[in-house]
Design a protein around this ligand. Structure first.
Ligand code: ADP
Ligand code: TRP
Length: 323
């Protein structure tokens, strides 16, 4: 079986560097090895975004972000989830074999309800829709950040149960989690996440990003003090992702020696971050001026995705005794 990589990002906010290193960069690198299927998970956004204008804005924004960061439509199939509604039918087939207990144990569901979000069917069933996203395309590998690991395990459990019940139908996928970028810290040191308001967007406005980086809270050590624990500082952990190895090593050396302060560190962090995405930023501006091209890419992707999806769904319907 040739490898087929698939991943999705929910259009529930602006993409940040945690999304980039955790999910997008590995997905983009995979384009040179086997088939790639990438989509914008707009059905998933229905569980948290209730404004249609905002949903459309985020969906278009994420399309621009992916293309600017290197998703190549000549190599990958790229589409909007809701353009392939077959996924909803598969969600139903899978849902009838999904134990309630499996969904009740999902961390993301427990975290969200613990935060006071009123549970609804969509939030509870979210991992089943995610399983359908993956199984509908005979996916072999799913690059995601560590927080999605449990959802992948649920997908595998559902696929195995379906295959046992109705005979071999689905490919059982493997997660791909790069350990070195498993959890990108946010500006406050916790996991970077849209939900924690601690993100560094990939394409933020220059002044705002500079201000956000300069406002990272540090400890009270003076510029002169040697900082032996330099590598543990979250600003340094972030710097490591953006800076060339020799720049990173030099800055860590200076922090340890003393005479290099947190203002210097934040200034360097901003510069490295800004340079890292410079080319992508230019490409994004060009794409934003040519939205017809972006819509054409998504329409073409939807057609290709739908061709695979309808075959796999037909296979699943047949084994269940539906015609
Ligand atoms: P958020 O937590 O900001 O809502 P999503 O849940 O939409 O992010 O995540 C989209 C993808 O980006 C997933 O594959 C997720 O694992 C990855 N990701 C999100 N935040 C991080 C992070 N801080 N470090 C590594 N990967 C991340
Ligand atoms: N649940 C994922 C997230 O919140 C997004 C997603 C939806 C996804 N369907 C997927 C990721 C299928 C990988 C494969 O980040």
């Amino acid at each position: 079986m040739p490898s087929r990589t698939l991943t999705g990002i929910t259009p529930s906010g602006t993409l940040h560097v945690g999304n980039y290193f955790g999910a997008m960069r590995p997905a983009i690198a995979a384009q040179d090895h086997g088939e790639c299927y990438y989509f914008i998970a707009d059905y998933h956004s229905l569980t948290s975004v209730f404004d249609p204008v905002v949903r459309r804005e985020h969906t278009l924004g994420i399309a621009l972000d992916w293309l600017a960061c290197g998703l190549d439509p000549a190599k990958s199939v790229f589409w909007r989830q809701s353009d392939v509604p077959e996924v909803c039918e598969l969600t139903w087939l899978l849902g009838t074999l999904t134990p309630m207990g499996l969904l009740g144990r999902a961390h993301s569901y427990k975290d969200k309800t613990a935060k006071g979000i009123a549970p609804n069917f969509g939030l509870f069933a979210y991992p089943v829709l995610m399983a359908a996203d993956i199984l509908l395309y005979d996916t072999t590998v799913v690059p995601v950040g560590k927080d999605q690991k449990q959802h992948l395990e649920i997908t595998r459990d559902i696929a195995i149960k379906f295959n046992q019940t109705y005979g071999e139908t689905f490919v059982v996928p493997e997660p791909s989690i790069a350990e070195d970028v498993a959890v990108i810290p946010g500006l406050d040191g916790q996991k970077m996440s849209k939900s924690y308001d601690n993100t560094l967007p990939i394409f933020g406005a220059e002044k705002v990003m500079k201000k956000n980086i300069m406002s990272i809270v540090m400890d009270s050590r003076t510029r002169e003090a040697p900082k032996e624990d330099a590598e543990q500082l979250s600003a340094v952990q972030l710097l490591k992702f953006f800076a060339p190895a020799e720049v990173y090593t030099d800055i860590v050396g200076q922090l340890k020696a003393g005479g290099y302060g947190y203002g210097d560190l934040k200034k360097a962090l901003f510069e490295q971050y800004w340079m890292f995405f410079a080319e992508a930023r230019e490409r994004r501006a060009e794409l934003a001026d040519n939205l017809a091209h972006v819509h054409a890419v998504l329409a073409d992707g939807a057609e290709k995705a739908r061709a695979v999806a309808s075959d796999v769904l037909a296979r699943a319907r047949l084994v269940c005794g539906l015609r």
